[in-house]
Design a protein around this ligand. Structure first.
Ligand code: ARG
Ligand code: ZN
Length: 856
């Protein structure tokens, strides 16, 4: 087995050399692309140390220092580095390499797929293009000349502004780009191909006109408009909210079909997974439209938080990602219902980030030890990272937070900095001590708060006592008490109390006293999810009912309902015979009758997911949990059947609209459908919705309902759906996922068959995630089947993906390494597959890191 050693944050050292300019000439060829890289290099400080450049998966053709071509004895070359000694203070280094883009199935560095050449350099892909100091604190000005065949590759794109172009012999042509902003190499990008182009422009608030160009596969222009509109909204929002203006004269976005992640913020040339660009009314769901807008915003916002100020080293990844996720979440909240947007964010943290923190890959938002950097583009760094920024926003208030951002840019524009630098700017601008708060950056794990209270009717005082607990994490880290902002609302059944506010929990145990409290209140705790923690307080059903109706904050009303459901699901896991009280149904009837907007009502009616519950229960028996959730769901469906039918019917319309109200109507309608699917008449209802649907949200809800409830119409609607959408890869991905979610004991057989479907290809990350990922992540029932067939299926696919694309394999192994959440039987079965994987002789660094952590 190959040896890979981890790197540590504590070992950081400034580079010995700096590279100030990079002049690239790239002659594209399927299997023999030649890259000539001319760099201006100089020593940092006075020293005689050698220069060691990173480089892998390529062929070194020549090395030149100034005008001297080096012989092989003048440098040292191994698998991943090139070392040159005896160098002058300052010199021109010219390195020529040859690479094979077609063979690059890992999709890191320069690769060719679906007739497009494209790069992905973050985190460490540039070292697959040329030898370089591949670390974000080495920043250079890039000039890039691309040469390729003119007919096949009419568009040759790179960062910055186009400075030259022309024809060459043999039908070849070239384009040269210059990016005036010094940048780390992870922001380098190149794209070559033939596209349809959507053009627009944006005038910044200081009056500069920026050209906007969106490149999509031929024939997809009609599906690119929403992305362009989203881009312009993002540009305006960043000016209005943070006074941040775009800086180059052109902003380009390219949508590609083969991409490991969502998108990439390369300077002036974003590369996107087509899934987060293309959308039209017939083929995209309301969620798709939402997500396209959010990812476009995210990448645009990186131009300041990421590109103008970047990370000193990769341990600081959350410096740009946590902050940029926070910014995109605030943007989405401003564009849509802020409560519903917040609920979406919170569900991800509670269901998935909590699970990560409870599993073998637990790490702080600023990790201290990394073997493969690509393994740290995690829910912790991104989503918990955003929660940490949000807590600072909550503690400081919007004005002081924005003053902190302003100071951060005044101090650090053009630099590569650390999370400490960010917190220092926040602290200095607001005169706030954040020293204890900073433990959020270095501490892994989900804190747990135990809350107790006492009401004294004589003195009309109410006391809240909050205790912090920090359960041990897999990394065995020592824990500190954190500064935890806790939003509290005190609610009474007669709704006459208006007290509460922000509590700052800093010690192990603290008590707060509220005066002039004339009736015993119910505390709404952690309003708007003011901190990423678990909370224990003994609510009874009546308390939760009071909160569901009387909490002034919508989020708190939703959260109280979730707590009510979660309590019963937990009881049902242990006792499926439990008699459920009518109050549950009555509370939901109140929700249906309320005058809240329909998008919010829909959220209030949805039960906590399997993952959310699994994160809240020890040693889950997956079968029992699936059953518990469905018992509660059936009870609600039966009790409220006539209301669900009436609501469903009132929301059926022939007109299609895309405004917030119409989106909310569809959401509520499809939640009703989801309940009604458990009762008599489900098959006709679903079939009818499928046949009548004039949009993807409704059509997809129909086939999903058929799959999850294994309805008689399932096969028919799936055949019809595939007939209608064959050739549309993004829609076919939805179809693959629904197949994988089929709630039927033959599902493994079904998806095994689909591996050879003409539209499936395991090489494409979107396809792999759609079929294999959807099964492992979302078909909780059959993935965890007692016969281990689900685990074995995943093992087989991971064996293939490990060789093809380690990053994709490493994402998809997640449900297996979280075995500790499950009961002993399941743990043993899951471990068998992990042991088998660890025996592979070509095990990638990505999987090795996770397997080592999981099996240690
Ligand atoms: N910086 C990108 C984003 O957050 C993510 C790219 C990460 N890619 C990777 N292969 N690790 O938008
Ligand atoms: Zn990002």
């Amino acid at each position: 087995m190959t040896e890979f050693s981890p790197r540590y944050l504590k070992d950081y050292q400034v580079p010995d050399y700096k590279i100030t300019t990079v002049n690239l000439t790239i002659e594209l060829d399927d299997t023999k692309t030649v890259v000539t890289n001319v760099m201006e290099v100089s020593k940092v400080g006075v020293h005689q140390r050698a220069l060691t450049l990173d480089g892998e998966h390529m062929q070194l053709m020549s090395v030149m220092v100034n005008k001297d071509k080096l012989t092989a004895s003048q440098y040292q070359l191994n698998e991943s580095t090139l070392t040159i000694a005896d160098l002058p203070e300052q010199f021109t280094l010219t390195i020529t390499t040859q690479i094979n883009p077609v063979a690059n199935t890992a999709l890191e560095g320069l690769y060719k797929s679906a007739d497009v050449y494209c790069t992905q350099c973050e985190a460490e892909g540039f070292r697959r293009i040329t030898y370089f100091l591949d670390r974000p604190d080495v920043m250079a000005v890039y000039t890039t000349k691309i040469i390729a065949d003119k007919t096949s590759f009419p568009f040759l794109l790179a960062n910055g502004n186009k400075v030259e172009q022309g024809d060459l012999s043999n039908n070849m042509h070239f384009v040269t780009w210059h990016d005036p902003f010094p940048k780390p190499c992870y922001l380098f990008a190149l794209v070559a191909g033939d596209f349809d182009l959507l053009e627009d422009s944006f005038t910044t608030k200081s009056g500069r006109v920026v050209k906007l160009e969106l490149f999509v596969d031929k024939g997809n222009l009609s599906r690119s408009e929403h992305a362009m509109v989203s881009l312009k909204k993002s540009m305006l929002w960043d000016e209005q909210q943070f006074n941040l203006e775009y800086d180059l004269d052109i902003y380009m976005i390219v949508a590609v079909d083969f991409f490991n992640m969502g998108a990439m913020e390369n300077k002036g040339l974003n590369v996107f997974n087509s899934k987060f660009v293309l959308a039209d009314d017939l083929s995209a769901t309301d969620d798709d439209f939402f997500n396209v807008e959010a990812v476009i915003a995210h990448e645009y916002f990186h131009n300041w938080t990421g590109n103008r100020v970047t990370c000193r080293d990769w341990f600081q990844l959350s410096l740009k990602e946590g902050l940029t996720v926070f910014r995109d979440q605030q943007f989405s909240a401003d564009m849509h219902s802020s409560t519903v947007t917040r609920i979406k964010n919170v569900k991800i943290v509670r269901a998935q980030q909590f699970a990560e923190d409870a599993g073998p890959m637990a790490h702080p938002i600023r990790p201290e030890k990394v073997m493969e950097m690509n393994n740290f583009y995690t829910l912790t760094v991104y989503e918990k990272g955003s929660e940490v920024i949000r807590m600072m926003h909550t503690i400081l208030g919007d004005d002081a937070f924005k003053a902190g951002i302003k100071l951060y840019f005044e101090r650090h524009d053009g630099q590569a900095v650390t999370c400490d630098d960010f917190v220092a700017a926040m602290s200095d601008a607001s005169n706030t001590d954040l020293s204890q708060f900073k433990y959020w950056y270095s501490q892994s794990g989900t804190p747990e708060l135990s809350v107790s209270d006492e009401y004294d009717a004589k003195s009309n005082t109410y006391q809240l006592t909050i205790e912090q607990n920090h359960p041990e994490t897999h990394d065995k880290q020592e824990k500190h008490n954190l500064h935890i902002p806790i939003n509290v609302e005190l609610i009474t059944s007669d709704n006459n109390l208006n007290q509460g506010g922000l509590l700052h929990s800093k010690q192990k145990t603290q008590t707060w006293t509220f005066e002039n409290v004339f009736t015993k209140p119910v505390p709404a705790l952690l309003g708007n999810f003011s901190a990423p923690v678990k909370l224990n307080y003994q609510y009874n059903d009546q308390d939760l009912n009071v909160l569901m109706v009387n909490a002034s904050d919508e989020f708190n009303r939703w959260d109280a309902g979730q707590k009510l459901f979660a309590g019963y699901i937990k009881q049902l896991v242990n006792n499926a015979e439990l008699e459920l009280p009518m109050q549950i149904a009555e509370a939901l009837a109140q929700v249906l009758n309320s005058d809240a907007d329909n998008a919010f009502k829909a959220e209030q009616l949805v039960l906590p997911s399997f993952d959310e519950m699994a994160a809240a229960i020890d040693e889950v028996n997956p079968g029992a949990l699936v059953r518990a959730i469905s018992i509660l769901k059936r009870f609600i469906a039966e009790q409220l059947q006539s209301k669900f039918i009436a609501t469903y019917q009132s929301l059926c319309t022939n007109e299609f609209a895309k405004d917030g109200a119409a989106i909310g109507n569809r959401a509520l309608k499809n939640v009703c459908l989801d309940y009604l699917a458990l009762l008599d008449g489900a098959n006709e209802l679903v079939l009818n919705q499928f046949n009548q649907a004039n949009n993807m949200t409704d059509q997809l809800a129909a086939i999903k309902t058929a799959a999850l409830n294994d309805l008689i119409c399932f096969e028919d609607v799936m055949v019809e759906f595939a007939r209608q959408w064959q050739g549309n890869t993004l829609v076919m991905d939805k179809w693959f996922s629904i197949n994988a979610m089929h709630n039927n004991e033959n599902v493994v057989q079904r998806i095994t068959g689909l591996l050879t479907h003409p539209e499936f290809s395991i090489d494409n990350p979107n396809r792999a995630r759609a079929l294999i990922g959807a099964f492992a992540f979302y078909n909780s029932h059959y993935f965890h089947n007692k016969d281990a067939s689900g685990y074995k299926f995943l093992f087989e696919q991971l064996t293939k993906l490990n060789a093809i694309n380690p990053q994709v394999a490493s994402r998809l192994i997640t449900p297996l390494i979280q075995f500790k959440s499950f009961d002993n039987n399941h743990q043993q079965l899951m471990k068998v597959e992990l042991e088998k994987l660890s025996q592979l002789d070509n095990l990638s660094r990505d999987l090795l890191e996770k397997l080592t952590a999981a099996l240690q």
